[in-house]
Design a binder for this molecule. Structure first.
Ligand SMILES: Nc1nc2c(ncn2[C@@H]2O[C@H](COP(=O)(O)OP(=O)(O)OP(=O)(O)O)[C@@H](O)[C@H]2O)c(=O)[nH]1
Ligand SMILES: [Mg+2]
Length: 212
């Protein structure tokens, strides 16, 4: 295969949504289907759930370790969600972007806002909404794996979260999972093709024209 000499810096692809809309499921599908994007594994002080694996789903750490990471600037963003601390480790993100790998973030609107301050040119923000109020209530009840009081708190917050749609570049309604995954994938592909992200285009075109 001919080499074009065109290179691209990785992009930061954020998925946010009210609780229960399905962003974790969509994130997993995207990762499984595309070898060029990997997950930013967050640190959190939330207790591990039985189905979760330390280092894959999150790095589970205590509050003291979290505070040390904040103080030493090791987190690109951090926030409190449902009373627990969450943050995105900076080192893994920067290493990936430099070699042209894309990074997927399953983070909330507060973290997204901080990434927009820190790295606006690398950021692509996608917000997911449920098809209706009833559908979101049903999904939240179905997946109630936490205690009743936690589920109740999440429901109350889920509807407030929707108001943050206006700080995102793309907004999708997750009515049909397959279609939503296809739409998210289309956004990722379109963003990769943006001229401003690609280096070496002018040289490549000059060679095409026989003038390089
Ligand atoms: N700002 C920020 N938010 C995060 C980070 N990691 C996870 N979150 C968000 O924290 C919220 C709670 O995540 P979890 O504790 O995994 O719970 P969950 O059941 O997946 O909750 P939902 O995805 O909201 O339904 C979600 O909205 C995540 O997107 C992070 O590093 N930074
Ligand atoms: Mg989730």
């Amino acid at each position: 295969m001919m080499t074009t000499g065109i290179t691209r810096r990785g992009l930061m692809f954020v998925l946010s949504s009210p609780s229960g809309v399905g962003k974790t499921t969509i994130a997993r599908r995207l990762l499984a289907a595309d070898a060029r994007i990997s997950m930013s594994v967050s640190v959190t002080t939330r207790p591990k759930r039985p189905a979760e694996i330390d280092g894959r789903d999150y790095h589970f750490i205590d509050k003291a370790a979290f505070d040390r990471m904040v103080t030493s600037g090791e987190l690109m963003e951090h926030a409190v969600v449902f009373g627990h601390h969450y943050g995105s480790p900076r080192k893994a993100i920067e290493a990936a972007l430099e070699v042209g790998r894309d990074i997927l973030f399953d983070i909330d609107w507060q973290g997204t806002q901080q990434l927009a301050q820190a790295a606006p040119n690398d950021l692509v923000r996608v917000f997911l909404l449920p098809p209706s109020r009833d559908e979101l209530l049903a999904r939240l009840r179905r997946r109630a794996q936490d205690s009743d009081s936690v589920v109740a708190a999440r429901m109350a917050r889920a509807f407030d979260e929707a108001s943050h749609f206006d700080a995102y570049d793309y907004v999708l309604i997750n009515e049909d999972l397959d279609r939503c995954v296809a739409e998210v994938t289309a956004i990722l592909h379109a963003e990769r093709a943006k001229r401003a992200r690609q280096q070496g285009l002018a040289d490549f075109v000059n060679r095409l024209r026989g003038t390089g």
